[in-house]
Design a protein around this ligand. Structure first.
Ligand SMILES: CC(=O)SCCNC(=O)CCNC(=O)[C@H](O)C(C)(C)COP(=O)(O)OP(=O)(O)OC[C@H]1O[C@@H](n2cnc3c(N)ncnc32)[C@H](O)[C@@H]1OP(=O)(O)O
Ligand SMILES: CC(C)C(=O)C(=O)O
Length: 575
């Protein structure tokens, strides 16, 4: 890179429009959308789409709701010519859809263009020529007057050919190419000369399309250029003012939005921003930006992933995983605080209310995307994400202190692997940590009995390979089991809930225990169709987990059961 870039590049001069009005405007309605996927998008591919792909793309564009579609540059190749013929002859064009075709301002190309359109119900003939100074100088080697005459002569020829074919409803579109780099007064002079030659009326409008063929400046400059034209164009009430932004500076979406505020009625672009170099403006992003502001874009993107897969297949270009609204990762949070806020936001979001979930500008469901991938867990994640995945994938709701405890286990897993972990990985980690905690005690079975207002239990357990039945009494099954085991633990909290999915068990029980020698508390979890069995398993899991963490004599107080002691002595010891 140059040390003195100012010696090679210069800033775009501001537009003299002190009384600009666009900054105060709000977009309240969608523009007319024109898809140029099959023309500008297609001319920018390694391999242009074959006829079948073109047709598939055309069908999808009509299904989404585009009413204007630029389908080809028919005079450029036989393939493009034949595609236009096929659309017309095989009747692929819906009643309310108008096809558009592009042509240079050259007689043989314009005539060929009209040949391709024979029999069309309605067609937009898109005439262009470069107007910017560099092009006038180097591409055409023409004066301003000659370039203006090129545009006007093309318009006259199109008018003549159109008048000779009244069975088709003809619309003229004219683009001063690289409008973004053309002197504004000259762009206006050329456009006014073209409209004088075509004579549009409010009932029979023509389209002026202002292309940022190359994006040259900040989006506010483009907005100024558009407002400047919008306020000065002759026959404005007979003109549909269109923009065609490219994305060289990465700001085509912003430029288009500001252009709409500045007076544009129509936007040309491609799905997901395909197109020459850095692409045409991305119509999907523009449309969904509108949607996120409460304005229906008039395009149906309720299955945006299907649209994406079709576009990828037709263009053979991948869509970036962070592409707005559609990328595989855009409804995904890895970081702990984001996951926590999303989970809390989702929990309080009610149907019919304004969307207020943190970090998610739109509800993924509206675009046919699911919540499954919203939260993903790696080493940057916290307890919220882990809890979300267990709840949404397995119906397992963890109390807050258990979330904190278990996230340590997941953290160890993600630190060890360095990779993202799936809901399945987390579930297996949870099973290993809590449900498989069966050493030294293994729960085998139980029988309950009434003891006045107390509960009696005969608890079958296995320890060191030996099965035994211990007896205890308490104010409930867990209390009775604690007494049967003679374990010196305190049950701090207990939770249970039904499990809806992900496991054969239909209930989960969670106990939180404290014990001498154990810093803080520890949890045990049990699952079973019978909730009492689940709670006893939870107790045994909690005691085993505490046992693994306590050293020295305190351990003995936790599991005093001696497998070599006769059973009746065990029961007496417990009592
Ligand atoms: C910004 C855009 O995306 S515009 C669309 C661009 N798309 C395409 O170009 C794809 C299809 N194009 C093609 O297949 C060919 O360019 C064709 C068939 C249209 C023309 O082919 P050719 O006649 O061989 O010309 P070529 O491709 O070299 O184009 C350059 C010529 O077109 C002229 N030209 C370029 N634009 C225009 C225009 N709008 N009106 C009149 N002449 C033009 C140039 O001055 C140059 O003429 P020259 O040969 O006398 O110097
Ligand atoms: C033909 C015009 C509209 C064009 O594609 C461009 O300027 O980018």
């Amino acid at each position: 890179m140059l040390k003195r870039p100012e010696q090679k590049y210069r800033a775009f001069a501001p537009i003299p429009l002190a009384d600009r009005t666009w900054p105060d405007r709000v977009i309240t309605a969608p523009p007319v959308w024109m898809s140029t996927d099959l023309r500008d998008g297609n001319q920018a591919l390694f391999e242009p789409m074959d006829p079948e792909r073109k047709l598939r793309m055309f069908r999808m564009l009509t299904e989404i709701g585009f009413k204007e579609i630029e389908v080809a540059f028919p005079s450029a190749s036989q393939t493009d010519f034949d595609f236009v013929r096929r659309l017309i002859e095989e009747d692929h064009i819906p009643e309310d859809v108008t096809i558009e075709v592009l042509t240079q301002s050259r007689e043989h190309l314009i005539r060929r263009t009209f040949e391709s359109l024979a029999g069309a119900r309605r067609a937009i003939v898109h005439l262009y020529n470069a107007t910017a100074p560099t092009f006038r100088r180097t591409v055409f080697n023409m004066s301003k007057e000659e370039v203006l005459a090129l545009a006007v002569s093309g318009t006259h020829l199109i008018r003549e050919l159109a008048e000779a074919r009244p069975e088709t409803e003809w619309v003229l579109q004219y683009s001063p190419e690289t409008f973004s780099a053309t002197e504004l007064d000259y762009a206006l002079e050329v456009c006014d000369a073209v409209s004088a030659a075509w004579e549009p009326t409010p009932e029979r409008k023509m389209i002026f399309n202002l292309p940022a063929t190359v994006e040259m400046a900040t989006p506010n400059i483009f907005a100024d250029q558009v407002e400047w034209m919008h306020r000065r164009l002759a026959r404005r009430d007979a003109i549909v003012l269109s923009v065609h932004p490219h994305n060289d500076r990465g700001t085509a979406v912003a430029a288009s939005e500001l252009a709409l505020m500045a007076g544009a009625d129509r936007v040309e672009g491609c799905l997901f921003g395909n197109g020459e170099r850095t692409g045409n403006v991305d119509i999907v992003t523009l449309a969904l930006n509108l949607y996120s502001q409460g304005v229906h874009p008039g395009l149906d993107l309720s299955d945006v992933s299907r649209v994406a897969r079709t576009v990828e297949d037709c263009t053979q270009l991948p869509i970036h995983p962070r592409h707005p609204y559609v990328g595989d990762l855009v409804f995904t949070a890895f970081s702990g605080s984001h996951q926590d806020a999303i989970r809390k936001g989702m929990a309080v979001q009610r149907a019919g209310e304004h969307w207020e979930v943190p970090y998610l500008p739109v509800d993924p469901h509206d675009l046919g995307r699911t919540y499954d991938s919203i939260i993903r867990v790696n080493s940057q994640s916290g307890k919220g994400g882990v809890a979300y995945l267990l709840e949404h994938s397995y119906g397992l709701a963890l109390p807050r202190r258990l979330q904190v405890e278990f996230s340590g286990a997941v953290q160890r897993l993600t630190d060890a692997t360095g990779h993202e972990v799936s809901a399945g990985d987390i579930w297996r980690c949870f099973e290993a940590e809590y449900l498989a905690a069966d050493d030294p005690l293994t729960f085998v079975g139980h029988h309950l009995s009434e003891h006045g207002d107390q509960q009696g239990i005969a608890l079958d357990i296995r320890i060191d390979g030996r099965e035994m039945t211990l007896h205890g009494v308490g104010n409930g099954p867990i209390d009775a089991a604690v007494h049967a085991l003679g374990a010196e633990v305190k049950v701090l909290s207990y939770a249970e809930h039904a499990l809806s999915q992900g496991s054969d068990a239909s209930a989960v029980a969670i106990v939180e225990l404290s014990a001498e020698g154990l810093p803080g508390s520890i949890h045990g979890v049990g699952m079973h169709a019978n909730i009492v069995t689940a709670s006893l398993r939870a107790l045994v899991s909690g005691i085993n987990r505490a046992h693994a963490r306590i050293a020295g004599p305190d351990r003995r107080r936790l599991v005093p059961v001696d497998p070599h002691m006769p059973e009746r002595d065990q029961a007496a010891a417990a009592r």
